[in-house]
Design a protein around this ligand. Structure first.
Ligand code: CMC
Length: 372
């Protein structure tokens, strides 16, 4: 291998083909549909069906998909018992990683062709939402709630976590974040899932791997990290002072920057518009002042734009969602994108096995143990 072919972090490297999403400077398409169009005219369930099946569902297909999700929502007693046994301080993403792996031992679906995998993906999507809500309730000293058939996927998570029917605004905004989070071509967690698939491993293992990759603050963990950053400020002036120092010290600002988008993330633009409305509606305009106090110098001076996690953190916060649910909600959506990629990879597979440049010691002989 020549050193010229080496690209740290695989930046700029084309590692495969996909018909699922197109991420480009000027566009983000799911199976050809612009993300703004889906955000305006579709739901998470329609987007998930689109990713998994290749086309938007008609009414009958959508009803079938939602019914299947509802059928797969109940968690087995073994899972609830296991949730009770995981110590309370364990972070929610770690709980989710372990529980998806454990749930895999009770997988009610069979087979490995594309239709079987779609069924398993639908089961995993339903179970993941239930696990998040059940853990949240147990941590709050409450028993897990049965699902309420007929609610949207977003509404279901909110209902099962809080125990009351979600208001329309919360359900609609969480639904929007789920649409925006569902898919993003060869991002780190999806690539991890595809690598696992490429060894002819199973879908549940790929989803567990995806969760492990997503939780880091450079990826999905950024929505929590961005809100943690904003929460430390009592005013926009405090935020302005902080960002000056952070930038002078070359600190990484969570919720900003992107490997592919260099002129802004479309998802962030869509969500920020709704966030501004939400903040105004809730009489929480001072949060947008703090938000802008960080954003303006990043964009105007550094030319580094917010990614979707920046407005998402504050959106969830203004919807009164607890911080450690933010990245799990990302999983509740991205499981559909990961699964679509798994199905695509499995249908046309070649194992991922890149090369490396060796930087270790030159060849040497093993000295006898007594002389080491
Ligand atoms: N804050 C400050 N400087 C930044 C940031 C940031 N958030 N992002 C990039 N830069 C700087 C970086 O330091 C580098 O400067 P220099 O050339 O002087 O060394 C320059 O911009 C180019 O950045 P890069 O390191 O080449 O970017 P990358 O493609 O390797 O990393 C990233 C992309 C998303 C990991 C990075 O921008 C980052 O760490 N952002 C903060 C974490 C974050 O918000 N992640 C969410 C990603 S998008 C949604 C998701 O997946 O959840």
């Amino acid at each position: 291998m020549t050193e010229e072919a080496y690209s740290p972090g695989l930046a700029g490297v084309i590692a495969g083909e996909t018909a699922i999403a197109c991420v480009d400077q000027g566009k983000l398409l799911y199976r050809g549909y612009p993300i703004a169009d889906l955000a305006e005219n579709a739901t998470f369930e329609e987007s998930a069906y689109l990713l998994l099946h290749g086309e938007l569902p008609n009414q009958l297909q959508l009803k079938g998909f939602k019914d299947t999700l509802d059928r797969y929502r109940p968690l087995r007693g073994e899972l609830i018992d296991a949730l009770r046994k995981i110590p309370a301080p364990v972070p929610m993403m770690d709980v989710l990683r372990s529980m998806v792996s454990y749930a895999g031992h009770f997988d009610p679906t069979n087979g490995t062709d594309s239709d079987d995998l779609r069924e398993r993906a639908t089961w995993l999507t339903a179970q993941i939402a239930g696990i998040i809500a059940a853990r949240f309730r147990l941590l709050n000293g409450k028993e897990p709630l049965d699902a309420k058939p007929g609610l949207s996927h977003a509404g279901q998570i909110l209902y099962q976590a809080h125990g009351t029917a979600p208001d329309d605004l919360s359900a609609k905004l969480v639904d929007l974040t789920l649409i925006l989070y569902a898919e993003h071509d060869f991002n780190a967690s999806t690539f991890a899932a595809r690598v696992i698939c490429s060894t002819m491993s199973d879908l549940t293992s790929a989803i567990v791997g995806g969760i492990g990759a997503l939780k880091g603050p450079l990826h999905g963990g950024a929505n929590e990290a961005a809100m943690e950053m904003l929460q430390q400020f009592k005013s926009a002036d405090e935020a302005r002072l902080w960002i000056r120092e952070a930038l002078a010290g070359k600190g990484k600002i969570m919720g900003f920057g992107h490997r592919v988008y260099k002129n802004g993330d479309h998802r962030a633009t869509i969500l920020e518009r709704e966030l501004r409305k939400l903040a105004a509606q809730k009489g929480q305009g001072e949060w947008m002042d703090i938000y802008d106090a960080i954003k303006d110098p990043m964009v105007n001076e550094k030319k580094i734009y917010p990614n979707v996690d920046y407005p998402c953190g504050l959106t969830y916060y203004l919807l009164d969602l607890p911080l450690d649910l933010y990245t799990p909600l990302f999983v509740a959506s991205r499981v559909t994108g990961w699964s679509a990629h798994f199905i695509e990879q499995a249908a046309n597979n070649r194992i991922y096995r890149p090369l490396s440049i060796y930087t270790g010691p030159a060849e040497r002989a093993v000295p006898p143990i007594g002389s080491r």
